[in-house]
Every structure is written in structure tokens, then in C-alpha cells.
Design a protein around this ligand. Structure first.
Ligand SMILES: Cc1cc2nc3c(=O)[nH]c(=O)nc-3n(C[C@H](O)[C@H](O)[C@H](O)COP(=O)(O)O)c2cc1C
Length: 495
């Protein structure tokens, strides 16, 4: 088969490990974490689906390396915790059995310990440690890490990396970006030390270098170590792209894959997670620029979901690997669809932030365009129906189209009626706004998928009581639209 996106689909060898393609699954936060910091079965199933969907590598999010000085990041690998190693081993197995490489992100949140706690008041009871003492904008006091503590944390990175390898992970991602501890050391904004860990770029890189060396000692030669960094902190007073290049050069001899992201959570969340108001791939210039100055493979990330754009990035040599987070929440099968030239079937991420909002509020995974998210444990959740029925769907908006597609996949005979002369419902009004065009496109994708699954679509057809009686379906799904919600704001209806 001649591939439409041959560069994206081409295997890559990093260290001694070969990845089946260049589309890797980025860390996407931990949910379903047990009280003692293990990966719960729902989460294992979530990661397994990313592997089933064809990603070259699947990264487990933020494994905390040193709970004594970090109280917020999700999982913790610790032989003192019963089941810790087992939960990681089961997850690595689940990823590997579908041909993807399991990777785990090691992290320490430093002075922002507590960020992920749903109950923010508990943050104040935690010990927060950073490169330099300060009081955070939210009033939390941060202590300066002593040399002994630094030594302990560096050693912990190695211990946890060794355990991850023992559990079956085949790559380690050291999180050095997004404003967490390693980034805090790299940054002139956070790091005011006057010892060998502060001042010059070389000094600010010392902690990262020691962490990477500690991980290398634990995993041995040939085992891929990835370093995730922000190419630039993208705020005034933070480090610039020029500094990002110098940091990459300073550390490259300890790294097998350099993963260039952008910004920090605390001072540029919208740079790290570009919203629908930004161009797709708006951060890849950072990776492209850094790649010119290093000789190791470089990965890029940020608002990527278009195979043609990603193919061009790899083909033009601007990066060697593309990472996606939200695009794979929206459609975990994106890589498989790219590999099989079925890109028109990709359900694209709208970059609406439902995923982030839900994660912060309820620690669950939710997605506007993927209602099946969070149900990965149910396996093949669109099950064949025990009895084939005739299903009539009234309404060709996103709800009706998705319902029709699902019913058809279950084996039913499905007719969808839309009273207007085109599909899309409320989403049709989004086509005029460039940044909302993908919302409009979503209706087209759902319609394509519904048709392909065998749904008969009848336009200019209003479903009345008589119409239903005439068609005599076994089931009727009414999806004729939503009503706008008017918040009870006094004066809203006034002049
Ligand atoms: C719900 C959610 C959770 C995330 N959790 C993590 C995380 O645990 N660790 C991390 O390094 N990045 C995390 N990120 C950031 C992503 O890895 C990625 O850098 C960012 O979303 C931009 O990529 P995208 O545009 O492909 O989503 C998270 C992103 C989202 C949307």
C-alpha cells in the first residue's frame, strides 16, 4: 500500500529501541490512581487503548519520584508500596501487547507541589521546596532545597527509573519543562541560587544533568532517555528560545530524544496547551530551531492534529517525532487511521479544554467529541446488538449523527432524517468563524462515519408523528437540538 503520510509512518530507532511510527502519545494526566499511588485498572485500560490505536509510544503521566518533597503528582513507584510495581508492570504489558513502546514520565513539581490536588486547601499543609526560597502568589511558603535534599532527589530519579525498567517500561521521559522542579532550576525567574546550581546556564543545568546521569546509571546504555523541556518559557523574565538552545546543547550528551514543548503551567498555560484561538502546531518553531543546534532526535508538540501538517514537519526535517495529547483523547485511533490512509475518519480535537476542566474538577477523563472516553475497561464497548432493530433518528446535528453512527455500528438498520437540506445542526453556524471551523468539520466527520457504517440519511425530511407511524421503527431517537442556556443574571434581558 502506498502511504499518504510515509514520513509520519516511518519507524524510528532511538537508543536500542525501534518505534513503529513517529506519532507518540503524550502524558495526559493521571486519573484512577489508588490512594497509595498505583495505576488503577481504568487507567491501564486507557493507556492500552492508545497503544491499540497505533501510537508509536505511549507515555504514562507524571510518576512522582520523591514523595517526601512532592505531594501532588499522581503515581508513585515504590517497592515499599504493595502493588506499586505490579500496577506499573500490568500497564507496561498492556501497552506493549499492541506493538507500542511503553514510556513513563518521571516528575517532581518542586515549589508547585500540591497543584493537582482537588482540595486546594490541603496544599498549605505540604512541604514545598524549590531551587530558591520564596512566597508563592497564593501565599504558600517555599523552602530552598539543601544540597542533601538535592542529592536525595537526584538519587530518587535513578531508583524510580530502575524500577520502571524492571516493570517493563522501555523508555523514560524526564519531565524538565512546564514549570516543574527541573524547569525551576533551569529558569532565571525561579532560580536565584548563588551556588553551583544557580547563575550561568551551565550551573542552572547542573540539577537536570545530575538527574539524567542518575537515570542513565539506573537503566544502562542503549535504554532511551527522553528529556521533555520547554523550548522557551515564553514570559518576560523567564528563559528565552536562545537559552532553550543553550540548555539543549548543554544536556544533549545525556539525552536520546529531546522533546520540545513550551511555556509553564503557572505563567503561560495557553502556550503549553494551545487553545482553538491559536494556529495548529504554533509551538513547533521552537523544536525546529533547537533541532538546528543539536545532533539528537527532536520531538515536537502543541495543538497538532492534522496528518498533512505533521507529515510536513517530519518530511522537512523540522522534527523527528510528533507528540499528541488532546488529539488522542478525541480519537485514540488517529495513528492507526493515518497508517491505513483513513485520515478522513479522524475525529479531531476541538481544543475546547473539557479534558482539562474535568481533570481539575473531578479527576476523570471527559472529551466533548469522544463520549466513550473513560469507558476503556469495557473493551469493545460498541457491542453488536443481540437483536437487530430498525432505528429512526430525528435530527442531523452532532448528537443525532453520533447516535446513528453508534446504532449502525451495533448492527441496526438506521435511518437518520434531517429537516434542513444539510447536516450539522447547530455546528453549521460555526463555519464562518475561522477558529471554530473544526467544530463545523466535526459534523462532516460524524456524517462520513455514519454513512460508512450504513446509515441511510434523508435530508429535507421532517419527522412528524405520521412519519414515525409510517416508518414504524422499533426505536426512535429524538435529537432535534438543544436550547441555549441563559444564566440567571439580573438585567440580562434588559437593554
Ligand atoms: C488533560 C491533560 C493532562 C495533561 N497532563 C500532563 C502530564 O501529566 N504531564 C505532562 O508533562 N503534560 C501533561 N499535559 C500536557 C500535554 O502532554 C501536552 O504537552 C499539551 O496538552 C499540548 O499538547 P496537545 O496540544 O497535543 O494536547 C496534559 C494535557 C492535558 C490536556
Amino acid at each position: 500500500m502506498e502511504r499518504k503520510f510515509p514520513h509520519l509512518c516511518k519507524p524510528i530507532t532511538i537508543g536500542r529501541v525501534t518505534f513503529r511510527n513517529r506519532m507518540f502519545s503524550a502524558p495526559m494526566g493521571g486519573t484512577d490512581i489508588t490512594n497509595d499511588g498505583c495505576i488503577g485498572p481504568k487507567s491501564t485500560a486507557f493507556y492500552e487503548l492508545r497503544a491499540k490505536g497505533g501510537a508509536g509510544a505511549v507515555t504514562i503521566s507524571e510518576c512522582m519520584v520523591h514523595p517526601k518533597t512532592d505531594g501532588s503528582h499522581a503515581y508513585h513507584l515504590d517497592t515499599a508500596i504493595l502493588n506499586s510495581l505490579a500496577s506499573f508492570a500490568y500497564t507496561a504489558d498492556a501497552i506493549r501487547r499492541h506493538g507500542a513502546i511503553p514510556s513513563v514520565e518521571l516528575s517532581h513539581s518542586g515549589m508547585y507541589s500540591g497543584t493537582y490536588m482537588t482540595d486546594k486547601s490541603r496544599q498549605h499543609g505540604l512541604a514545598q521546596w524549590g531551587p530558591s526560597a520564596c512566597v508563592r502568589p497564593d501565599g504558600v511558603e517555599v523552602g530552598e532545597l539543601s544540597h542533601e535534599m538535592i542529592d536525595e532527589i537526584v538519587a530518587a530519579y535513578g531508583q524510580v527509573a530502575g524500577l520502571a525498567k524492571r516493570a517493563g517500561f522501555e523508555m523514560i521521559m524526564v519531565h524538565g519543562g512546564h514549570g516543574w522542579l527541573i524547569n525551576q532550576f533551569l529558569s532565571p525567574w525561579f532560580n536565584h541560587r548563588t551556588d553551583e546550581y544557580g547563575g550561568s546556564i551551565q550551573n542552572r543545568c547542573r540539577f537536570a544533568r545530575r538527574v539524567l546521569q542518575s537515570v542513565r546509571e539506573a537503566v544502562g546504555p542503549g535504554f532511551p532517555i527522553e528529556f521533555r523541556m520547554s523550548g522557551s518559557e515564553l514570559f518576560e523574565g523567564g528563559y528565552t528560545l536562545e537559552d532553550g538552545i543553550a540548555i539543549a546543547q548543554e544536556l544533549e550528551d545525556c539525552i536520546d530524544l529531546l522533546h520540545v514543548s513550551a511555556g509553564t503551567y503557572q505563567r503561560g498555560f495557553g502556550d503549553t496547551h494551545p487553545s482553538m484561538f491559536k494556529e495548529h502546531g504554533c509551538n513547533f518553531y521552537l523544536a525546529a530551531e533547537i533541532k538546528k543546534h543539536v545532533s539528537i532526535p527532536v520531538a515536537t508538540i502543541g495543538g497538532l492534529n492534522d496528518p498533512a501538517q505533521m507529515e510536513e514537519i517530519i518530511k522537512s526535517g523540522k522534527a523527528d517525532v510528533v507528540y499528541m495529547a488532546r488529539a488522542l483523547l478525541a480519537d485514540p485511533f488517529l495513528p492507526e487511521k493515518v497508517m491505513a490512509n483513513r485520515d478522513e475518519e479522524i475525529v479531531r480535537c476541538l481544543r475546547c479544554f473539557t479534558c482539562m476542566a474535568e481533570r481539575a474538577a473531578t479527576a476523570t477523563r471527559r472529551c466533548t467529541v469522544n463520549p466513550l472516553i473513560g469507558r476503556e475497561m469495557e473493551g469493545d464497548y460498541v457491542l453488536p446488538a443481540p437483536e437487530k432493530k430498525k432505528v429512526l433518528v430525528a435530527g442531523g446535528g452532532p448528537g443525532g449523527l453520533y447516535a446513528a453512527w453508534t446504532a449502525a455500528r451495533r448492527g441496526h438498520q438506521v435511518i437518520l432524517c434531517e429537516k434542513e437540506d444539510s447536516l450539522g445542526g447547530i455546528l453549521r453556524s460555526e463555519q464562518a468563524l475561522p477558529f471554530k471551523y473544526e467544530m463545523y468539520q466535526l459534523a462532516g466527520t460524524y456524517a462520513h462515519l455514519a454513512r460508512k457504517a450504513g446509515v441511510e440519511i434523508r435530508l429535507n425530511t421532517e419527522v412528524t408523528a405520521e412519519y414515525v407511524e409510517r416508518e414504524a421503527p422499533d426505536a426512535l431517537i429524538i435529537a432535534v437540538g438543544s436550547r441555549p442556556l441563559l444564566p440567571p443574571i439580573p438585567g440580562l434581558k434588559g437593554d
